[in-house]
Unconditional design. Structure first.
Length: 382
């Protein structure tokens, strides 16, 4: 089954482009996993399911209908060691299809194994914590959980199965984190897209704005009534609509400082108890603080708006609320240096950034809008 892609060749000086926009098919509904076997069988007869603890919740729905299904645990991270072991298991099973079941790291692992073995991939998210079930992208971490690099995949998944009953078994914290991760689409895409006049990029940025507004309007009500219609809309937004932004906009509408801050923080052991979307949500505030320090008054207003929203739904507003109250200045400097290294997405900002400036922003995410960057930098220990 072919994925929806947009290809163009170099014409009149325009750069070549290939976008993996969306999964070939999306199935969603309550209890839908138990009824999806025929769709899965069309893609392969010897599937290997890759996941973590969430494999247990899915087995009852899959075992009876997929007789040649084998299961493999990915470990704690999508790492090169884990990928090598899973490739070996896929070969031993003679797998002709990979099924990813779980959160972002489980799905990233499954997608990358399928990509490396050139096999179809089915993604089954067990939470709404990220849009990994949709995207043609996998992040690779060290065995210790530190971000290393990302891999752009040729296509989005062949089949995405969104079972609301399965997602509802996840802790509410995962949906809150997914809301934070999805919000970043607007704050990053509106910057990374620059002044592009390409219609798909414009559409992606506008979709990111619609996504932000939907989350502002419905997140609190969704969290108060898990499983209800509004909850499903927010789950759809965090998994599906967030994926649409990256699919339409490609690399030009993905990550800037918010995800760069996340990547830097993963190198601190103290951050490993927090979720991807929690670190990204904090990173949005850092990005807005950086823009504010350049005199952007709209960024100051946006940060105050986000602080209020974060307080309502429980997203972290500072290093302290992120659980990093004991982080040392040396630790913070290390994270800032990693976030600012050459090739980092933070350099998609329309101004140059140094680790010292980033540190100043990281420690002042809750500062009043009028708090000046000079004061912050003067107060920062050398």
């Amino acid at each position: 089954m072919a994925n929806l892609t947009v290809d163009s060749v170099e014409t009149s000086g325009l750069a070549a482009m290939q976008l993996a926009i969306a999964p070939a098919r999306v199935i969603r509904g309550a209890g839908i996993l138990a009824r999806a076997a025929q769709r899965i069988k069309r893609l392969g007869s010897r599937p290997l399911a890759i996941g973590g603890n969430q494999l247990v919740a899915a087995r009852a729905a899959l075992d009876e209908t997929l007789p040649n299904l084998s299961y493999a645990r990915y470990g704690s991270d999508c790492s090169e060691v884990s990928l090598a072991a899973l490739n070996q298991q896929a070969e031993q099973h003679q797998a002709d299809l990979v099924i990813g079941i779980g959160g972002g790291k489980a799905l990233d692992t499954a997608k990358l194994v399928a990509y490396q073995r050139q096999l179809p991939i089915v993604t089954i998210p067990s939470s709404a914590a990220t849009c990994a079930a949709w995207t043609a992208l996998s992040n690779v971490y060290s065995e210790q959980g530190a971000f290393q690099y990302d891999v752009a995949l040729d296509t989005c998944p062949d089949l995405l199965i969104l079972d609301y009953d399965l997602v509802q078994t996840a802790p509410p914290r995962t949906l809150i984190a997914g809301i934070g991760d999805a919000l970043a689409k607007w704050y990053e895409a509106s910057v990374s897209s620059g002044s592009s006049e390409q219609s798909l990029i414009i559409a992606a940025v506008q979709q990111a704005r619609v996504l932000r507004d939907l989350l502002f309007q419905k997140s609190l009500a969704a969290l108060q009534a898990p499983g209800g219609q509004t909850w499903r809309e927010v789950v759809d937004a965090s998994i599906l609509l967030a994926g649409v932004v990256g699919g339409l906009g490609g690399a030009q509408c993905r990550t800037v400082a918010a995800h760069a801050v996340h990547n830097g923080l993963t190198h601190l052991l103290q951050s490993h108890g927090t979720l991807h979307g929690e670190k990204v949500a904090y990173g949005i505030l850092v990005q807005l603080r950086l823009e504010e320090m350049q005199g952007n008054l709209l960024a100051a207003s946006s940060r105050q708006q986000l602080l209020k929203f974060y307080g309502e739904i429980g997203l972290p507003q500072s290093l302290e609320s992120l659980g990093l109250m004991a982080v040392t200045l040396a630790d913070l400097h290390r994270a800032a240096e990693i976030a600012c290294r050459p090739g980092s997405d933070i350099h998609h900002l329309p101004f140059a950034i140094t680790p010292a400036q980033l540190m100043a922003a990281m420690v002042s995410t809750t500062a009043p809008a009028e708090f000046s960057s000079r004061e912050e930098l003067a107060a920062l220990p050398s």
